[in-house]
Every structure is written in structure tokens, then in C-alpha cells.
Design a protein around this ligand. Structure first.
Ligand code: SF4
Length: 299
């Protein structure tokens, strides 16, 4: 595994696994809220479903201000202690609302962006910093020469060293592109070489929410099929969806190591790198409510 992947896992672990916020009702709240600001990307990377328009076409949709303001208001109301990650199914910096989104969410919580870096320039970096961005995570897909380019750019913008991360992602197929390669819940045959995990728990639905541009809430960040939706945030609240029966059902199966429901039955993501603490808290909460689910150790 590349060092930057390990560093990123450790960083996310600090954000996700150390402090778990409980709701007033006693269940663990999500602490990683990933939003998809736009459904378009300017790149076409072989390991990304966006390479196949039949599966993940570029569409000119952006998350509207009314929706993201509603989400920020809800996060404020629950005194949200987690992170909002602006990434999702496209290149977030292509959204015309991105600086406003950062400003709206940064007023409430830690807000980060993951970008391929192409739309970055000195002015954009300064705007994002002024808006309060917590971290700009740049995935560099072209080559090591990008390190100097981005260091120079961030320095020109007077960006503090801890305001950005440069991730090396330029490696070839033999090094799995510098990624933790997965088949994106069965969407990519490309990641199929990673063994499927039929009997292995997964904790994604215990700690994270993945929200599409139109407010649809997906099962997890791996699900590029976008078929399993636990609600829509234009009509439901974040907390309503988080407690939904559908997510309860998935947690129940996944804690028992059963990946039998779609799209988990096609998925080869490890799923247990983060979120075990939340999974155990969900078990306790459901046990109190006499809903019997239990985590089993992975095989
Ligand atoms: S098993 Fe895969 S598809 Fe299912 S919740 Fe986990 S990461 Fe998502």
C-alpha cells in the first residue's frame, strides 16, 4: 500500500473514529457527510465509473443552493461535530456554487474538498481559504512533476501548509493506480481483481452518508450504481434518513458479515477500515430497542 494511502486512512480515522457524536435518542450520528456538488468531471480515469457513459454519464446537474443551505441548517440544529466532504460523483470545483457551498458548511463544521486539481488556480485557492475550507485534498493523476506545480500554486496563494494535501495517484495498473482499488460495488469490472468479500462486515452505513446532487442519499460512497436510496434530503431530514428502516436492514446484514443484499453482493471494498465504534454503538442501540443485530468477526 502506498504511503499516502496509509496517511489518508490515518487522517480519516482521526476524523471519523476518534470522537463519535450520539444523537439525543442515543444512536451514533454520521460523522462523514459526503456531498456530490456536481455530476460532471473533466477527466476520464480508467479506474473511475465516469469512463463509461452507460454507467456514470456526465450530466449538467449541480446541487442547488436551497438544498445545501437546508442541509447546513440541519447540521447546525444537531450541533454536528463531523466533517462535510465535497467530492462525490464529479469534480466538485466545476460547480459554480462551490465557494458558496464551502462558505455555508464551514460556518457549521469542518468542510473539505477532494479535487483532481485541474480547476485550481491562485484565485480559486484564495476564495476557498477565505470561505473557510478545512482542507483541499488534491489527487495528482499525471506525474511527480505535479508536486512542484501545486506547491508553487498554494504558496502563491499564501495557503498554510496544513490547508492542503497532495496525493500521488499517478501510478500505473501494476500499482493499482496508487488507490485502494475497488470495483465500486460491482460497477467496474476493472477492480474485479480484488477478491470479492461475501462474508465480511462493512461499516460504511454506520458512520457515513453519501448525498447526490439532487439530495438522494446512497447506501455508501462505493455505490456508483446509485440504485439503493435511503431517502431524499429535499423531502426528508438527514436524521430521518439516518434512522431509516432501509439502513437498519443493511446494518443488520452487514454487521452479521452478510453481503447478500445488492449492491453489497457485488462489492469488494474492505468496508471495515473505519466505523467499528459506530457499528458497536448501533448494535447497543438496536439491542435496547430489541432489534437483534450483532457484529461477527470477519473470516
Ligand atoms: S458492502 Fe460495499 S456496497 Fe455494501 S455498504 Fe459496504 S462498501 Fe457499500
Amino acid at each position: 500500500m502506498h504511503k499516502t494511502i496509509e496517511k489518508n486512512l490515518a487522517r480519516v480515522s482521526r476524523l471519523v473514529d476518534e470522537d463519535v457524536q450520539l444523537s439525543e435518542q442515543g444512536f451514533p450520528l454520521f460523522n462523514w457527510l459526503e456531498l456530490s456538488p456536481i455530476d460532471t468531471c473533466n477527466r476520464s480515469c480508467v479506474f473511475c465509473p465516469k469512463t463509461d457513459p452507460s454507467k456514470a454519464p456526465n450530466q449538467p446537474h449541480v446541487m442547488p443552493p436551497m438544498l445545501y443551505q437546508k442541509l447546513a441548517d440541519e447540521l447546525k440544529a444537531i450541533n454536528y461535530q463531523g466533517t462535510v466532504m465535497l467530492a462525490g460523483y464529479g469534480e466538485p470545483l466545476l460547480s459554480k456554487h462551490i465557494v458558496d457551498m464551502v462558505s455555508v458548511f464551514s460556518a457549521v463544521c469542518n468542510t473539505e474538498i477532494t479535487t483532481n486539481g485541474d480547476p485550481l488556480n491562485k484565485r480559486k485557492i484564495q476564495q476557498l481559504l477565505d470561505a473557510g475550507v478545512g482542507k483541499i485534498v488534491v489527487s495528482m493523476y499525471d506525474g511527480p512533476e505535479q508536486i512542484d506545480h501545486y506547491k508553487h500554486l498554494f504558496s502563491q496563494a499564501n495557503a498554510p501548509l496544513d490547508s492542503y494535501i497532495l496525493r500521488d495517484r499517478w501510478y500505473g495498473e501494476s500499482e493499482e493506480y496508487g488507490l485502494k482499488l475497488t470495483n465500486r460495488a460491482g460497477v467496474l469490472s476493472f477492480g474485479e481483481k480484488v477478491e470479492k468479500l461475501h462474508h465480511h462486515p462493512c461499516y460504511y452505513p454506520d458512520y457515513m452518508m453519501m448525498v447526490d446532487w439532487n439530495g438522494d442519499v446512497m447506501l455508501c460512497t462505493q455505490d456508483w450504481n446509485r440504485r439503493i436510496k435511503s431517502g431524499n434530503l429535499s423531502f426528508n431530514s438527514l436524521v430521518e434518513v439516518w434512522q431509516s428502516k432501509l439502513l437498519k436492514r443493511y446494518r443488520s446484514h452487514l454487521h452479521a458479515g452478510k453481503r447478500d443484499l445488492p449492491p453489497c453482493n457485488q462489492c469488494n471494498a474492505t468496508g471495515t477500515l473505519h466505523g467499528k465504534k459506530q457499528a458497536l454503538l448501533w448494535d447497543d442501540y438496536y439491542a435496547d430497542k430489541q432489534i437483534n443485530i450483532k457484529i461477527v468477526e470477519s473470516e
